[in-house]
Structures are given as structure tokens and as C-alpha cells.
Design a protein around this ligand. Sequence first.
Ligand code: GLY
Length: 572
Amino acid sequence: MPFSPPRQLLIACGLVAFLLTVNSLLVAQQSHVAKSKKNMVASVHPLATDAGVAAFEAGGNAIDAAIATALTLGVVDNFNSGIGGGCFILIRTADGKLFAIDGREMAPAAAHRDMFLKDGKPDSSLSQIGPLASGVPGALKAFEAAVKRHGKLRFSQLVRPAAKIAENGFIVDENYASRIRATAKHLAKFPGTKKVLLKPDGSPYRSGERLIQKDLANTYRQIADKGTDWFYNGDFAAQVGAWMKANGGIMTAKDFANYKTVDRKPVVTTYRGHKIIGFPPPSSGGVHVAQILNIVENFDLANYQKSDPNVMRHIVAEAMKLAFADRAYWLGDPDFAKVPRGLIDKQYAKKLAKKIDLNAASIVKSHGTPPRSDTEFFSRHTTHIAAADSAGNWVAITSTVNTTFGSKVIIPGLGVVMNNQMDDFSIAPGTPNAFGLVGAEANAVQPGKRPLSSMSPTIILKDDQPIMTVGAAGGPKIITQVLLATIRRIDFGMSIGDAIGRPRWHHQWSPNRLLIEKGNAKDTIEKLKSMGHKIYVSKSAGVCQGITYDPQTKTFTGAHDPRVPGKAAGQK
Ligand code: GLY
């Protein structure tokens, strides 16, 4: 007779299995979180975070740690970011001052508005792959500026350890391997790229294999020995110019020599008693995080979260939609386009909030008209790094080569992945970019102009003291990730681990669909559908990093996004 265990035993086993599952979920949830009383750095790669902690150990501050991390990411995570790309750096120094360093790429001098038209039609393969796709890289100059002005260590001291990792290689993880697999066909088109990122037999590196980047190591060492002048005014620029000329590109050595970082004035707004510090245009992030917060401030989100979280989700999604409609029309490089300050006006937000129907999704036909829109202007695949120290320095860097492995070009001998940030321009009115974003005149290609970005490095103050920083990767989903983390922390009191780890949702007006991250409950999807939202379920809604500080316990809590590998850590 077959053995049939007693019912109580089955129930007990079931209970144990349930508790083990819950426990392992909790452990898994907490493994992306770290605590320290001294300092904290969070990024998407353990080696990069370790470089940040090493900078702290060497006597550096949060600025040094963040830049050490960014330079290392350019080696071990170069499909997302690196010195061939651009970045925005937001800093709050120990003396309470705020700085926004714009290291966004710049269109070459020979760029023009129709450069991505082929036979009169927009051709995004030109703005996404190959020599025309790249803007002049700004990340390296911005990294150097941050360290020289606000760090404690020498810049070369932060570059050399990253060179060593490139020289000795690192073990490719499944995330990296999957990025090579996904782009291998395009990577193989460029001999310099093929040599670095594909194996001698042409096959992609697999998880567990070691990737050595000797040319990149040499480039980093030249920068450490000769300074960033070697990159912008020396051999590096000359070699890029020569390759571009021979391969149908327009970027010249002179474009490199002309590149400048720009010091911008951060966007500051308030939200339920907190000060939200964001990055101004050419990022759309600071403006639209502020605008959406201003809109949802008109609703008691904490109460809806308790009574009916789907209504809360609906309100936030509607606010996202309204803001993204404005983004498509108004936003561009403030040195070329007039971006109205009224976009973050509280009264304008109130007007937009009135358009939100609590029971039904609306059709937003077009952008709104913020106050003073003709007079008052802002003067002007990605990764995020968060860092903070007990002296009171806080840093938020979002850095990017744009989509995976940027333009797919590594110029032979240089080792650096060149960005494809030109695709963040509106290459023709109404033509969506790689993220489905459309734009208008404000974001048309012009020589020397910076393409509009969604990168949203953010620092949050309470009683003028920093209590949180957050930022993300994922194109337009950057804005909504930063927004949700902020709301979850401020309105719902969630820990940074939960604020980042819980499932997200995203609306960017066009296309008119509400992205729901897998992991949201089925009834959430059904309820939002019944309100008229067109639902699109996606595996992931971006990658977010953040740090909070508890003034009571004087403790930093850092979290990396549990959706991908990463690490948050501080000194013991
Ligand atoms: N390349 C993505 C962004 O800057 O928004």
C-alpha cells in the first residue's frame, strides 16, 4: 500500500516550505541593501562599487568614490556607460552647496538637422549604429571636473585601478554575456569592436569567461599619465578624427578640442515638506520629476495607497502622461531651445491635476501651455551611481553611451565604446527614437547642440539636510523610476530597498500605453485595464540605485536594483 503521510504532516511541511519561501524572498530582497555609518556607494557592478569603497579607504570623499566607480563601470559595464559617452553629475557638497556638471555629448560641428534622412526619409539605423551615431563624448571631462573641484584624491589615482581591471580582465556575468549576444550581429560589423568584444572565432563571450581589454587599459593609462588633454586635444582625438573621416563619419579632432562641460543650475522644487534637487535641461529628468511630483501633490496618495492602491497607480500614470506630452514639445538643449520654467510651476500643476479623472484613463491629445512660456526659460541603457559620506557630500551620477554598446563602434587601438547619443535628438518630427520618444523643433539636430536626455540624478533634502539620493537607467523610464522611488519613500515611508525593489509602472504619453512591470498583481492589471488604460506588461522597468540617511541613527542605507547584479557598500 502506498505511503500516505498524515494530513497534519502535510500541513506542517507546507507551512515550513511557505516560511522558507518567504524567508528566502526576504533574504533575496535584503541582499541588495547595505548599511554603514561612514559612507555608501551603490552601482550595478560589484567591482565598480568596490573601486568606490577603495577610494573611501584611500581617504577620498563621496565625489572620489563616485568617480572611481564610474571609471570602473566604463570597463566592466561598458555596454551601458564609459568615457566614450556622456553623463550628468549632481553634487551636494558638505558645505551645503549644489552643483550640476553637464557632461552630455555634443553634436559635431558638421551635424545638421537632415543628417539622418535617407532618400528624404528618417533612417534611425544611421542615428543608432556606426560613425554618424556618436556625439562628442563628455563623460571624461565631467569626471575630471568633479574630482578636481570637489574631490580629495588625484584624478589619476582613480583612473589607474580601472586600467588594471581592463588589463587583467574581469569575469563576464550573464548580464554582460546577454548584452553581447543580443548585439553580436552589429558588433561584428566593426573590426575594432569585433576584436575586443567577440572571441577570435567570432563567437560572443559567455558567462564565466574572462574579458581582457588591453587597448582600453592603455587608453586609461595614457589619461592617468598625460591627463585628459591627451583625450581631448591629443592622440586620442586625432585617431578618432582619422577613423571617422575614413569611415563616413563627421566628427573631427577639432570637435574634441571644442568640447566643454557646462555648469548648470539645478532644478529645485518642493514636495510635501522636502526639497527635491534635480538636473536641469538638457536633461528632461529634473523638470519632469518635479512636474509630476507637483501634479500628484494635489492628491492624498498615502490615503489612496491604503484604500485603493490601483487608484493611486492610475493618478500617478495620468500625471506621467501629461508631463511626457509636455516633454515631447517643450524640451531640448536650453542653449538652443527655450524651455519654459513654468513647466515646474505649482499653479500649472494644479491646472493639469484637474484634468485627471479618478475613474478613467484620459486621452492627452497634445502638450499644455505652462505660464510665462514665452519669457522665462531655463538658462540653460545608461547607469546610475549613488554615493554619500558622513561629512555631508552627496553625489548622483547618471552616465551613458545610450543603448547597449552605444554606436557599436570601438575604434581600433582605442578600446573605448563610442556612444550613439545622436539618436536622442529628434531626427525628424514625430519619428520615435530607440525609446519610442518623439520630439519637436526644440530637440532637432544642430551643430554643437546637446541631445535631450531623461537622465535624472536627484538629491532630496529635509530641513536642508540630505536624506536621500536616487537615479536610474532606462531612457524615459528613468524619470518614472526616480518619481516612484521618491513617492514611495516620502508618501508611503518605504525603505530604499523596497522603494527600488517593488514592481513599477510607467507611462510616457506616446505610445499611449501603460507599461506594467511583471510582478504587479494580476488584479492591478485588470483594474487599470477596466479604467481604460492600454496595458503593456514588461519584464523590467529599468534599473535604479539609491541611498537614504537616517539622521536619528546616523546611518546610510544603500540599495542597488535587485533586477540586475550590482552592489551597495560602505566602509565598516
Ligand atoms: N540616452 C538616454 C538618455 O539620456 O535619456
